[in-house]
Design a protein around this ligand. Structure first.
Ligand SMILES: Nc1ncnc2c1ncn2[C@@H]1O[C@H](COP(=O)(O)OP(=O)(O)OP(=O)(O)O)[C@@H](O)[C@H]1O
Ligand SMILES: [Mg+2]
Length: 336
């Protein structure tokens, strides 16, 4: 596959011109993104995600480094000359315009003929399933519907690259989860290449074909969701994506890969790691339960078990002595 978006050694320093010490918001970032990918930038607040997106959109200029789309040098182009569209962290719709006019806005500014505009808007309304709402104003829509209008507006000009900054940030958890899958379907049906920003690891895992984990302006690891989860390279990535038990300094085990019970099964033939401890906490989440096992050395082992039975015979209780065991093959060795 050929590279569609190529980001090479991009640096962004803020504040150098003001006489004060420069702050490096983006630190030698290199990424190669394929056509049609949904690529997520994942990291905690302030790590530089929006800045990197703004560099792609042209609202910031890199201090150094290069950004190429389909071989074309983007840095030389003004924002409106770039074949891309950005949906901002707070995707403000125009409150006084109808859904229809919100979607048509960019097309009108572009000076497209009326018939062409109508055709595109109708196609977008159909895509995001908002046809019946075309004449409503944004305040007459639910949060999820407003989000879809914003998406339709971003896609209306048929960008080859779509930049989404926390696209679902304004939605509550439940609606957010429903919309994630819907959004992926829409993006895939259009076939647009997408770079999205999120600080929500579950959202990145659900939506993205690949994820770059960012911290303090740097990319720590890039990979498919499963790859990052099962083979985190560093402690930061392991901790940031899901939960992990750190044993012996740099050996780690995911909680769901550990079994826990009052008795160690006598029929276990494989060589397993096993530890005994006391159940200190039990957190019940419905479909699974998380046990905190206090080990003799003082360490706490987190074990997550799916609740496949409704009334298990030997349910553990707080204070119980219990065994935990796992196969050596599930252990991950992390770089320091
Ligand atoms: N124009 C600016 N001038 C100076 N510093 C800035 C500017 N824009 C951003 N920064 C700083 O750069 C860092 C990265 O900001 P950025 O907005 O990219 O973070 P983010 O990862 O998008 O965070 P969030 O998840 O909170 O949106 C922050 O420390 C921020 O204060
Ligand atoms: Mg941001």
């Amino acid at each position: 596959m050929t590279v569609f978006l190529s980001i090479q050694e991009v640096v962004k320093d803020f504040g150098a011109s003001a006489g004060g010490a420069a702050f490096r918001a983006v630190d030698h970032v290199s990424l190669e993104i394929q056509q049609g990918e949904i690529f997520a930038l994942l990291g905690s607040s302030g790590c530089g995600k929006s800045t990197l997106l703004r560099l792609l959109a042209g609202f910031e200029t890199p201090t150094s480094g290069s950004i190429r789309l389909n071989g074309q040098d983007l840095v030389k182009l003004a924002p409106h000359e770039r074949p891309l569209n950005m949906m901002f962290q707070s995707y403000a719709l125009f409150p006084h315009l109808t859904v229809w006019d919100n979607i048509a806005f960019g097309l009108k500014r572009e000076g497209l003929p009326k018939a062409k505009i109508a055709e595109r808007v109708e196609a977008m309304l159909k895509l995001v399933q908002l046809g019946p709402f075309a004449q409503r104003k944004p305040h007459q829509l639910s949060g999820g519907q407003q989000q879809r209008v914003a998406l339709a507006r971003s896609l209306a000009r048929q960008p080859s690259l779509l930049l989404l900054d926390e696209p679902l940030g304004a939605l509550d958890k439940k609606l957010r989860e429903e919309t994630q899958i819907e959004l992926v379907h829409i993006l895939k049906s259009v076939g647009v290449t997408c770079v999205m920003v999120t600080h929500d690891q579950e959202e990145a895992m659900t939506m993205a074909s690949r994820i770059a984990v960012m911290s303090e302006g740097r990319i720590l690891q890039v990979g498919e969701p499963r790859d990052l989860y099962e083979n985190p390279a560093t402690r930061f990535v392991a901790d940031f994506i899901g939960n992990i038990n750190l044993l012996d300094g740099n050996v780690a085990v995911r909680p769901e890969k550990i079994r826990v019970a009052r008795h160690f099964p006598s029929d276990q033939l494989q060589a397993l790691h096993q530890v005994q401890g006391r159940v200190r906490d039990i957190a019940y989440f419905g479909s699974y339960t998380v046990y905190h096992l206090q080990l003799p050395g003082g360490q706490t082992l987190k074990v997550s078990q799916s609740n496949t039975e409704r009334h298990p015979d030997e349910a553990l209780r707080e204070g119980d002595q219990a065994w935990a065991w796992w196969s050596p093959s599930v252990q991950v060795v992390l770089a320091p």
